[in-house]
Design a protein around this ligand. Sequence first.
Ligand code: SAH
Ligand code: SF4
Length: 469
Amino acid sequence: MKKITPAELAQQYEHIAAVCRINDAKLTRPGCFIRTFGCQQNEADSERYAGLAESMGYEIVDAPEKASLILINTCAVREHAEMRAMSITGQFKHLKAANPDLIIGMCGCMVSQEHRLNQIKGGFPYIDFLLGAGMMHRLPELVHSRMNKDKRSFLLDEPEGCLAEGLPVRRESDIKAWVSIMYGCNNFCTYCVVPHVRGRERSRARADILAEVKELIADGCREITLLGQNVNSYGKDLGSEYDFADLVSEICELDGDFILRFMTSHPKDASQKLIDAMASHEKCARQFHLPLQSGSARVLTAMNRRYTPESYLSTVEALRAAMPDIAISSDIIVGFPGETDEEFAETLAMLERVRFDMVYSFIYSPRALTPAASMDGQISAEVKSARMNALLNCQNAISLERNLAAVGSVQRVLLEGASKSDESMLTGRADSNKLVHIPRAGADALVGRFVDVRITRAETFALFGELAD
Ligand code: SAH
Ligand code: SF4
């Protein structure tokens, strides 16, 4: 792993100052539009891109038409996300034709794939630069160079990966924040492109994470979510004894009114030590995201997940023994190559057995560079989609049942703001991470605070209630 040195960062700050001088000389402050695809890690990265853009004198705007700098932060986990990013990018072509000074950059996971690089280099001449996710600290250099009409730049990730501290950040919310604790992945699940595009695992130093968390708490942030592809292996690459459970404990012991969440935990590494640390700290959310992927032992082996349905169930039992009220969510892939009807039925049986609160389900999407893409037994689109429907039917009933069980209880909820679908309601998250809606009338002043809500009604994806006395 290559840690970006203060001298390297200082170089970027010189580019920031230079771009700022150019932007400050303009009559109006130029805009930067950022479109983000994919996971929470990408959202967190976009907050850094926005921070860098602001420090270069751009104002973050909500429409590409208002922008002098457009960044498309892409996702490569499934083909659909890549197609959407390519199609959005295509729509920006006419903006460039109308304004040749417009700078358009693509960043994130998709661009670190050789075949995309070639496609964009050759077929998308209006894209000014490509920037791999691990290279984000070099955004100022790339913007500056295009302002000077230098050649287009293509800065892809290096496999061992980089780690840059101290980049500016513009957070979307004052109430909740992402804190990346590590980048990259060493697991090489056979379906997954992430290790190929995000490089090897690299953990941030404990002191850097704690400093960021303390600052957030001091600023009044109430929900902190630690991010990593496999948070359970935090620290292993640092060669220290201090592990993820220690980090969770240390953060929960900080003063302040906040709740701590984290994702994602790989089932093979979820330790009793972590479960005990969660159970002994009330500030740790009673929520655990534990991606199962498949209920079949054979498919799990073919996926290189390195756990069995039995060991997975033991982890679930240990979580529930330590925290009976814990909400457990999962990721499932349907239609992995070679998955038989019987093996898919084993996945459904696991859903029935575990009774997850929530499941994010995905149709298997073959990804370049991954072994599963060339495995025998690729499943037809029809079968995949029929399995997806069966899975949704099964899980939606379970999610509803789990949510109905909450009716009548009082839940602590962090109120986040007006509901997106109904202006007369406020929305928040319970400790379990379930979405909770309450009537807005008279409650606006409580946004950003923890309130007690009596649950009166439940749907598959949300709870409804009113402020408890
Ligand atoms: N590091 C996390 C997951 C990152 S990707 C973990 O291991 O849990 C998020 C989810 O996308 C995965 O859990 C998986 O369910 C899904 N996913 C990844 N690659 C996929 C593919 N090729 N096709 C379909 N779903 C995929
Ligand atoms: Fe992908 Fe597996 Fe790594 Fe998660 S643990 S990012 S699914 S390779």
